[in-house]
Structure formats: structure tokens, C-alpha cells
Design a protein around this ligand. Structure first.
Ligand SMILES: [Zn+2]
Length: 656
């Protein structure tokens, strides 16, 4: 061992995280831990510390898939096995966010394929993590196709590999630990749900705690080995306690009262599906075993609920960021009344009281009175309009092929996407089939005698991969008086919220510029926090004149700055307006003319754009169309933004 690990038992604070990890170590069926928190909170140190506590594994000698000698995987690619046993430390495998699919699931062993002419499988990280810990730092930034592979393996406890003529399946069950900084974007709901427990990690605000953290850290850095030695005994005791709790696990009783308490909390907390109940039950059992009990108590259930439920409430990403702790407390209190009532209520029992507290009516816009505020003038400011119902928007893309961060919007060349073709000049990794095909015709000429291919450097073909990137979606929203008719603004904010939700799912960065009155305002600089954008939008006040040129120039300025900061992320400007410019940006200039000039500048910058046409009324001037033309982008009616509506129109057209 080069440097000693920071001992798990030397960690100060972070009780939830430590407990969550330990419960999973006792009962891997809980399904892992998601750690949410800011940077610099020693998340990784703690996870690595845990791995060192896990009991050593007995494995079959020479099995690269860590088969358990007592229950070897019948489908093990290295099997069938002789009963030769070795013991090795439990593994901690880190999945880097930028890993390729090959790295995760394994691949054809290229060297052996080329030199010996055999198809051999080289195991990936899913094999290495079997019976150990799989750790993903910044799991929220993991590429979608890796997430899918990870979820499949986690759900089945097996990995299946079907590629390049190799077909392999092997056992892969692991304790999944992910860390994320929510400010850098949320996790896809499917992956969020897959984690058994969630813990929130913050640096302590307590002076004593902070002092102790630093004191220990300095002691560790001064003498890692000596420090580790000091804590060796404490770590060894924890490790023993894990083993003891594992042994006790099958004997832990789960009384009916507690089972009903679990069901009641999950029902009151409005979780999706039944998975939550199972995870809470397992975590409560593990906690009872960990605490040395022989039956689950209400205290065990409360601990389990606090760790397993906060991320499971059915919700819209825009409802409220963070975890619903208040709601959770209420659900626990309600459940306590139900579970502790001496007699289980009869079948026809209560439904009015306790349990499912009726949620407040989501409600439509309170009234749709049209304010005759048009006319482009008037300084009258209006309060925010309640957004109309949201919808699934059609996909708006940046044309061409980008090189931005992984996401789900526009096409991009990438090191981890699907292989689309081979090339002799560029690409990522070797394109095996193409390489073999290039070498094959020359085998006689090269005097091949054995089974291996005779390869020359010129045969090498590279895989050109294509994936999807996230973009910077910059919304420029006209909030002037001419847009302010209540029903219209409500439709506009509803549409933009829909686009924001879509941007969240596609891992875009978003920004928001609004313009009304005399000037434009950067309501939200580019960020990955779509929640923040939604909050700003809901508070958007309207009224006043229309400084359209100002809005466009502000967008241009912001995009130029952002290009320096993050040059690979391609922008998409979404301009939401009726186009009725009334404030000029130049001395004595013409408002509309200035707006068109600003649009032309954006076009010259190569910014992709979409104009959302909000013009309505009897006389339509077609200004949004003209703006789109100047921007070199497309123009869509509000109604055309909805994917369902577009599909409906296409169906209607086909039927006609
Ligand atoms: Zn094996």
C-alpha cells in the first residue's frame, strides 16, 4: 500500500452518509447510496474508507469475474470452475464519467484477436465491481447510454455483452454509490429511483466540528501511515460489526405493526410504485441488525424512512428543488397514528382521515380576463401570469455536428457515442471489423502462415462515433405590454416552462433574458439549474414598451461571453415575441429596423435560433417571420411547439 487510506472511523460528522453506507454494507439489497452535496465535502474519501471495511471475499482462483466458490455463477465465462479458493480484498471500482461503453461492459480482447486469431472477451468494470462497490463520482453527468447499461446490470444483477461477435453474460451485483453536486444538474428520474438511499452532505457550520475536521486532516497529511494506525482498531471494530450484522440479518423479525407503518408512510408521502416500501423495509431490517436488535422497531423504520424516501416523492422537477423533509415528518406522524392504533381497522374502515392528505388543487389560471392593454404603450406593470398547462415540446436542435458536452439535444461527434463509420484519419478507438477487412486482402502477399492476421500500420481503422450533446438554450422573452394580455402571457410562460423541463431532461444549460420597458435584463445567466430559470420565469412581471433590439443585443453579448467560457457548447437562441418592437436602440433610430439589424448580427455570429411567434389578434403583421429570416432561424407558432400537437397535425394531414 503506497499511502494509507483515510480511515472511515476518523470521519467527523456526516452521520447520515456513514450510516447509509454501513446499512448497505450490511444489506446490499437496499440498493446503494446517492450522495448529494457541494464540492469539498470529502464524499469520495468516505466512500473509499467504507470499501476498506468490507469483509474480504473468497473467490475462485483464476476467475476474472470473482465467482463465489460456494455458489459459482453457472454462466461464468471463465467457468466451469475447480474448487480452488483464494481470498482477496473487497473491490472498489470507480466508473469515470467519461468512460466508454467498452470500459464499462468489457470488449473483445483486441490483442489476442489480432495475434492469436481468437475471440476472447476482456472483462470491463461491471465484472470488476462484482461483489464490491461501484463508485460513480458526478453520477449526474454520466452519459445516457452508460446510465442505461448501469441500470440494466443493477436491476438484473448480471451484465450482458453482445458485440463484435462476442456474446457474454456474467454476474455483476455491486453496491452502487454515486455522488453529485445538484448545482450541476439533476439526475434522470430512472437513475434517481434506482438508488436505495439518498443522503444530503453539507460542510458543517459548527465551529467545533470544523476545527476537528481540519485537525484530523492535518494529522493525516503529516503522517498518513501513523494516522491510519491510530484508527486501525476502530476501523477493525466497525468491520467486525458489519460481519456480525450480516450474520444476524436473516433472523431479524419485521412485526406487522412496523410493516403497516412503512406502508402508511409511503402512501402518505405519495411515492411512485412499490419500490420505496421494499427499500424502507430492507433498510429498517439492516438498521435493526446493525443496532444489535432482533426485531424491527419504530425507531428503525424512522431511520430507514429518512434515508430512503426523500428522493422518491412523485414530483415535477420544477415543484421545489431539494428534499421534502417537512412533508416527510408529517407522513411519519400520520403513519404513527395508523400503525399504533391497537386494532387494525376493518376493511370498510377509514378513508377520510389521516393518511392521504388531499393535495391542494393544482388549478387552472384563476381567470382569463383579457386586459385591453395592447397598443404597445402604457407603463402599467402587471403581476406574473399563472403559467398555462405544460406539455411535451418538440425537439429543437442546433443544426450540424457539434463537439459539446454529452447531452440529449443536438448531434455531436464524441468518444463514447454509437459507431457510425470507420476512418483512416480521425475517430476514437479501433474499428475492428474495418481494420480486419482492410488487412484481409493482403494476407497472401504478406506471407501469412499462422492463424494470426499479418497487420500493417496502414490497416488500422478508427471508429467514428456520434452521440448527442447538450446545448446552451438561451431564452429571450418579450414581457412588454403588447404581450401582456393575461391569457397570452400564461400560454407563453407555460410554453417556456415546457421547454425548460425539456432542457433539463436533455442536460442543457439554460439562460433567460427578458425585455420590457426601456431595456433588457439578464434574468438568469447561463446555468445548469433549470429550477432557477423556472423560478425567475414564474415571477416575470409584464407591461411597458418593447425594446426588442435591446433584448437581441443582450443575448448576443451574453452568448459572446459564454463562447469564451465554454467554447464547445453550442447555443440555441429561443426568442419568444410578437415582434412589435417599439423602442429603438440607436439615437433617433427606428425600433423595428434596429431589431432586424441586431438579428442580422446574431445570424452573422452563427447563432442557431428559433422564433416563437406570439402574435395574435385580427391584424397580423408577420413580424416574427421576418425576424426569423433575419436570424437565419425558424419561426414556430406557440401551438407548434407541442410534440403532441405536431404529431396530431401530421396525422390529420395523412388522413386527409
Ligand atoms: Zn467465475
Amino acid at each position: 500500500m503506497v499511502t494509507a487510506r483515510y480511515p472511515f472511523s476518523a470521519v467527523v460528522g456526516h452521520e447520515d452518509l456513514r450510516l447509509g453506507l454501513l446499512l448497505n454494507a450490511v444489506h446490499p439489497g437496499i440498493g446503494g447510496v446517492l450522495v448529494r452535496g457541494e464540492k469539498g465535502t470529502a464524499k469520495s474519501t468516505i466512500v473509499r474508507g467504507l470499501a476498506a471495511l468490507l469483509p474480504a471475499l473468497e473467490t475462485v482462483r483464476d476467475c476474472r469475474f470473482a465467482c463465489d466458490p460456494h455458489r459459482p455463477d453457472p454462466g461464468c465465462p471463465d467457468g466451469p470452475h475447480a474448487s480452488d479458493v483464494v481470498t482477496k480484498p473487497s473491490s472498489l471500482v470507480e466508473l469515470p464519467v467519461g468512460a466508454t461503453e467498452d470500459r464499462l461492459v468489457g470488449s473483445l480482447d483486441l490483442e489476442r484477436a489480432l495475434t492469436e486469431g481468437v475471440r476472447a472477451y476482456q472483462p470491463g468494470l461491471l465484472a470488476a465491481a462484482h461483489r464490491g462497490v461501484l463508485y460513480v463520482d458526478e453520477v449526474n453527468l454520466l452519459h445516457d447510454h452508460l446510465v442505461d447499461l448501469l441500470l440494466d446490470a443493477a436491476a438484473m444483477g448480471r451484465a450482458h455483452v453482445e458485440r463484435d461477435g462476442v456474446s457474454v453474460s456474467h454476474a455483476s451485483s455491486f453496491l452502487l454509490v454515486g455522488t453529485m453536486n445538484p448545482e450541476e444538474g439533476e439526475l434522470r428520474p430512472q437513475l434517481l429511483d434506482r438508488f436505495g438511499l439518498t443522503v444530503q452532505v453539507n460542510a458543517s457550520r459548527d465551529v467545533e466540528t470544523r476545527t476537528e475536521v481540519v485537525r484530523r486532516r492535518l494529522a493525516y497529511e503529516a503522517d498518513p501511515a501513523g494516522f491510519a494506525q491510530q484508527w486501525e482498531k476502530a476501523d477493525a471494530e466497525l468491520a467486525e460489526r458489519i460481519v456480525a450484522a450480516r450474520l444476524a440479518l436473516p433472523g431479524i423479525a419485521l412485526p406487522d405493526t412496523e410493516l403497516r407503518r412503512i406502508a402508511a408512510v409511503c402512501a402518505a408521502f405519495e411515492v411512485d410504485g412499490m419500490r420505496a416500501d421494499l427499500v424502507v423495509a430492507r433498510a429498517a431490517i439492516a438498521h435493526a441488525a446493525w443496532s444489535g436488535g432482533d426485531a424491527v422497531t419504530s425507531a428503525d423504520v424512522e431511520v430507514a424512512v429518512r434515508l430512503a424516501l426523500p428522493h422518491r416523492r412523485r414530483r415535477d422537477p420544477f415543484d421545489e428543488p431539494g428534499l421534502d423533509s417537512e412533508q416527510l415528518e408529517q407522513a411519519l406522524r400520520d403513519a404513527a397514528e395508523q400503525a399504533d392504533s391497537p386494532e387494525p381497522p376493518d376493511d370498510d374502515g377509514p378513508d377520510g382521515d389521516g393518511g392521504g392528505a388531499p393535495s391542494p388543487e393544482p388549478g387552472e389560471a384563476p381567470s382569463s380576463q383579457e386586459q385591453p392593454s395592447g397598443g404597445g404603450g402604457g407603463g402599467g406593470e402587471q403581476p406574473p401570469a399563472k403559467p398555462a398547462q405544460q406539455f411535451r415540446p418538440r425537439l429543437l436542435q442546433v443544426p450540424g455536428l457539434g463537439e459539446g458536452a454529452p447531452g440529449r439535444r443536438s448531434r455531436s461527434s464524441s468518444s463514447s457515442g454509437r459507431v457510425v463509420r470507420s476512418s483512416t484519419v480521425d475517430g476514437h478507438g479501433v474499428h475492428l471489423t474495418a481494420t480486419v477487412q482492410a488487412a484481409a486482402p493482403h494476407q497472401h502477399a504478406r506471407g501469412r502462415s499462422g492463424s494470426g492476421l499479418e497487420l500493417r500500420a496502414g490497416d488500422l481503422r478508427r471508429a467514428v462515433r456520434e452521440g448527442r450533446e447538450g446545448n446552451l438554450v438561451l431564452f429571450a422573452v418579450d414581457a412588454s405590454g403588447s404581450m401582456a394580455a393575461r391569457s397570452r402571457m400564461s400560454a407563453v410562460t407555460g410554453a417556456v416552462l415546457s421547454l425548460l423541463r425539456d432542457a433539463y431532461q436533455r442536460r442543457d444549460k439554460v439562460g433567460l433574458i427578458t425585455f420590457r420597458g426601456r431595456d433588457a435584463e439578464v434574468a438568469l445567466p447561463p446555468t445548469s439549474s433549470v429550477d432557477a430559470a423556472a423560478v425567475r420565469l414564474r415571477r416575470l412581471r409584464t407591461g411597458g414598451r418593447t425594446p426588442l433590439a435591446h433584448g437581441l443585443l443582450a443575448a448576443r453579448k451574453l452568448l459572446a461571453a459564454e463562447r469564451l467560457r465554454d467554447p464547445r457548447r453550442r447555443p440555441l437562441l429561443v426568442l419568444v415575441t410578437d415582434g412589435r418592437a417599439t423602442v429603438s436602440a440607436s439615437q433617433g433610430g427606428d425600433a423595428l429596423h434596429d431589431a432586424m439589424r441586431a438579428a442580422a448580427l446574431l445570424e452573422a455570429d452563427g447563432v442557431a435560433s428559433v422564433v416563437v411567434d406570439c402574435e395574435n389578434g385580427v391584424v397580423r403583421l408577420g413580424l416574427p417571420d421576418r425576424l426569423a429570416l433575419a436570424l437565419g432561424g425558424t419561426c414556430l407558432q406557440l401551438a407548434e411547439l407541442s410534440a403532441e400537437q405536431v404529431a396530431g397535425v401530421v396525422r390529420a394531414a395523412r388522413a386527409a
